[in-house]
Design a protein around this ligand. Structure first.
Ligand SMILES: [Mg+2]
Length: 354
């Protein structure tokens, strides 16, 4: 089965973590309400006033003059998103991230309700975010289902019931049907996804490659698998461009060991260990070099990563004794994901260093 996971009012939820003082107020993440900005995300408190994504911020303010308006900080949302998918990646057989706040997970066929509840609980306990899930054997149905009971809902569509689930929903609920297509279909007398599904295969509205595909999807047929990025291609790194070049060795070591600690933390979150350590250095003339070393056995340990990185750094600085503009520590060459079925007391997976 495939689960589609969608974080509820993601940008607004992240902003509420940063600004807990706004928790009780309607919150709108978007452009300037005095200018021509549009709403990126409205919190559920703001949605009660009829505020929704893509509405002009000026209109949002008319509907709710007390709403708090915040300019989007996409960099911050990216960081949160990366963490969410790192964490989820270790709990699903495969993950396919399709947006900052949504993606597909392969969850197996046994007890999909329980699996979905487990994933929801992981996002809640580890990231303090609410999400909704839809589960189906068809990707498109999982996507529609995750939107079915928002926020915080789980909708499982049992195998064989895909068409039945979609049939009563409005045409626009089906991904791929935009306002123009909807207009065309409505002009032909169609109102619900079921009307589209019921069209004869020879009908001109469902001819052509696109027509055949949307007709199949309306019937809950979607053979696309969850496509995950192979882990060998992934790497984890931390780097920093300094506001002023750093020549002091002790300061570089302090920064470098902090980076190694961050890298280690992220490996632990992904339940991975890495076998190659890379140090990246940029000199005042912008010349950038990297040095790598492959370990005898993979590790996720901060001290071990730093020991190798420090040696590489020292070697490079011995050859070129200059200050650094940038320092980075990274790892690659991951071993297979580890099974970490238990949560530690702090809500993090228990981790035993080997
Ligand atoms: Mg969302």
């Amino acid at each position: 089965m495939i689960a589609h996971l969608d974080i509820d009012a993601f940008f607004a939820a992240v902003e509420l973590h940063r600004h807990p003082e706004h928790r009780r107020k309607p919150l709108v993440v978007g452009g300037d309400p005095a200018g021509r900005g549009v709403v990126a995300t409205a919190s559920y408190a703001a949605r009660r006033f009829g505020i929704h994504s893509a509405m002009s911020c000026a209109e949002a303010r008319r509907r709710c003059p007390d709403a708090v308006f915040i300019t989007p900080d996409i960099g911050l949302y990216r960081q949160w998103s990366a963490r969410v998918w790192e964490v989820l990646g270790q709990w699903a057989d495969a993950t396919e991230v399709v947006g900052l706040d949504e993606g597909y997970l392969a969850v197996g066929d046994a007890d999909p309700e329980a699996r979905a509840a487990e994933l929801q609980q992981i996002v809640r306990s580890r990231m303090r975010l609410s999400c909704s899930l839809g589960v189906s054997r068809a990707k498109v149905v999982a996507k529609v289902a995750s939107d079915h009971r928002k926020p915080g809902g789980i909708t499982v569509v049992p195998a064989g019931h895909e068409a039945e689930f979609l049939a009563p929903l409005p045409l626009r609920a089906l991904p791929g049907i935009g306002p123009r297509t909807e207009e065309r279909l409505r002009a032909a007398g169609l109102r619900h996804i079921g009307d589209l599904a019921a069209l004869d295969e020879t009908h001109e509205l469902v001819s052509g490659a696109w027509g055949v595909q949307i007709h199949a999807r309306a019937r809950g047929i979607d053979p696309r698998p969850v496509e995950t990025e192979p882990s060998e291609r992934l790497s984890v790194s931390a780097e920093r461009t300094f506001s002023e070049d750093i020549a002091d060795r002790r300061e570089l070591e302090r920064r470098g060991s902090e980076m190694a600690a961050r890298v280690s933390e992220r490996l632990v979150e992904r339940a991975r260990a890495a076998s190659t350590v890379t140090v990246k250095m940029r000199f005042p003339d912008f010349c950038t070099i990297t040095r790598s070393e492959t370990l005898g056995a993979p590790t996720a340990d901060a001290a071990e990563i730093w020991a190798v990185a420090a040696r590489l750094l020292e070697g490079a600085l011995a050859e070129r004794p200059e200050p650094l503009r940038l320092l980075g520590v990274g790892v690659s060459g991951f071993d297979r994901p580890r099974q970490l079925p238990l949560f530690g007391r702090a809500g993090r997976p228990s981790w035993i260093a080997e």
